[in-house]
Design a protein around this ligand. Structure first.
Ligand SMILES: *Cc1c(COP(=O)(O)O)cnc(C)c1O
Length: 462
């Protein structure tokens, strides 16, 4: 299996290389040259198997020679042993033909653990083989950072720097990033918003001298290995509900488009996915893009679902690449236009392709709170605000095809919003009950590339 860049001008890589590289050198994102297809019989045979066994079957064809079967099985086992539910990604029913996929039983209580725990294992294995030392820099609107820290803390051949927008993450999210005591963990509070964090990260990757000097590696959702790990739960959920013998639809609370893109990959592999619904909060650039055929930046309005407060969705580029028949030159031109003028018009054919493959909806702040309250009243299920955005949007798409809404975080990760909606302050699971007592360690940094680079150099030298 070979990996190509969405901008068509970076070296073609193996799985292992693409994983350690993150962002391609032409500024694009790596995608497989073609998707492996599973037959109906192969998918049907996964029914009743463990999450780990399905994970192996779904991901193995993407790895090529980078990891052997026995090693990969061992790494999957180690990655998911820390998820505090035997099903790993259990389904609960909310109403007629509407199901919730609980992806928040991992160590940091958000779905990002599914990918991050696995790539922590994969990185460790690859680096211990090569003896290399790397610097991971991640940008986060909250959950990526804690998941990355949890996956990489204490590893001897990795330094982890996490950039988060100062004052714009929840207290639980912040504490999960700032209370790790391991010397290789560096939490950085950037004076700016999440897009500034993402831009700083992109700029570091595009500074090739710096990138090579510190051996920069990325674990943001642009990393193909993360997208791949998320493909698995689309399979386990759909198969539980009758796939491959009937289609199943999904609604996905969306920010950077990584999670929903994994659903698109599952469909491309042969899983009968009905609708794939993008659910946005009031920062609805993706919903507007689908409705108007134009992607236009509008700035970020902080919301009660902060992990979806984005202005630009980095993984959308992967969908655009497919929408344009995998023409890297067109994608490059559109991304340049976005950077220069803050927006671009999608060609008619590509817009049609996007509307055929994705649906979308948005939830206002009031609708999100009302959904948390009503879902608790009706079902007893306490939703986090991100999951509530998903449930609200999904309700417009319910019908004869089973709908699965992804519950992306545990309600205790966003206790203020949940308490405001319901009067109930959700407690943290007992294994992290002392989070509010642990001492914090964080460096506040200006939104300035040279400053950040100097700080990273200094920390990895020390
Ligand atoms: C990251 C995150 C999202 C958005 O996922 P993307 O893959 O960036 O679209 C939604 N909800 C929660 C809780 C998250 O942490």
């Amino acid at each position: 299996m070979r990996y190509v860049s969405t901008r068509g001008a970076a070296p073609v890589l193996t799985f292992g290389e693409a994983m350690l590289t993150g962002l391609a050198r032409d500024g694009g994102l790596y995608v497989p040259e073609s998707l492996p297809r599973m037959t109906e019989g192969q998918i049907a045979a996964l029914a009743g198997q463990s999450y780990e066994d399905v994970a192996f079957a779904v991901m193995r064809p993407f790895l090529g020679e980078s990891f052997d079967d026995a090693t990969f099985r061992r790494l999957i086992g180690a990655a998911y042993a820390g998820i505090g539910h035997p099903a790993r990604a259990p389904l609960v029913q909310l109403g007629p033909n509407h199901f919730l996929l609980e992806l928040f039983h991992g160590p940091t209580l958000a779905f990002k653990d599914f990918a991050m725990q696995l790539i922590g294992q994969l990185f460790q294995e690859a680096l211990s083989r090569s003896g290399e030392r790397i610097t991971i820099v991640g940008a986060t609107s909250g959950d990526t950072g804690s998941a990355a820290i949890e996956a990489f803390r204490g590893l001897s051949n990795v330094d982890v720097f996490i950039l988060y927008p100062h004052g714009r993450v929840s207290e639980v999210q912040r504490r999960q990033m700032t209370t790790a005591t391991d010397a290789n963990v560096h939490a950085l509070a950037l004076e700016g918003d999440f897009d500034d964090c993402q831009a700083a990260l992109k700029d570091m990757f595009n500074d090739f001298a710096f990138r090579d000097e510190v051996r920069l590696a990325g674990v943001n959702s642009i990393n193909w290995a993360r997208v791949l790990a998320q493909v698995v739960y689309y399979f386990t959920a759909a198969i539980s509900l009758g796939a491959p013998h009937r289609p199943v639809s999904f609604t996905v609370p969306t920010g950077n488009f990584g999670d929903i893109f994994a659903g698109h990959v599952a469909r491309g592999m042969g899983l009968p996915v009905g609708q794939l619904v993008i659910a946005t909060n009031q920062n609805d650039i993706l919903h507007r893009t689908l409705e108007t055929g134009r992607q236009v930046k509008e700035g970020v309005q902080p919301s009660i679902s902060p992990s979806m407060d984005i202005q630009v969705s980095s993984n959308f580029e992967r969908a655009l690449f497919d929408a344009y028949g995998r023409d890297g030159a067109v994608v490059t031109a559109q991304m340049e236009e976005l950077k220069q003028s803050g927006g671009f018009a999608i060609g008619q054919g590509a817009w049609g392709w996007l509307k055929e493959h994705f649906a979308s909806g948005r939830a206002s702040e009031e609708e999100t709170s009302a959904t948390i309250r009503r879902t608790l009243d009706e079902t007893g299920e306490l939703l986090c605000p991100h999951s509530a955005v998903g449930v609200h949007v999904a309700e417009a798409f319910l019908g004869p095809v089973p709908m699965v809404t992804l519950a992306t975080a545990h309600p205790a990760k966003f206790p203020d919003a949940v308490e405001a909606a319901t009067g109930i302050r959700p407690p943290l699971p007992s294994r992290m009950a002392d989070l509010y007592e642990r001492s914090e360690r964080v460096t506040r940094v200006p939104n300035d590339l040279a400053h950040l680079q100097a700080l990273i150099r200094e920390r990895i030298a020390g």
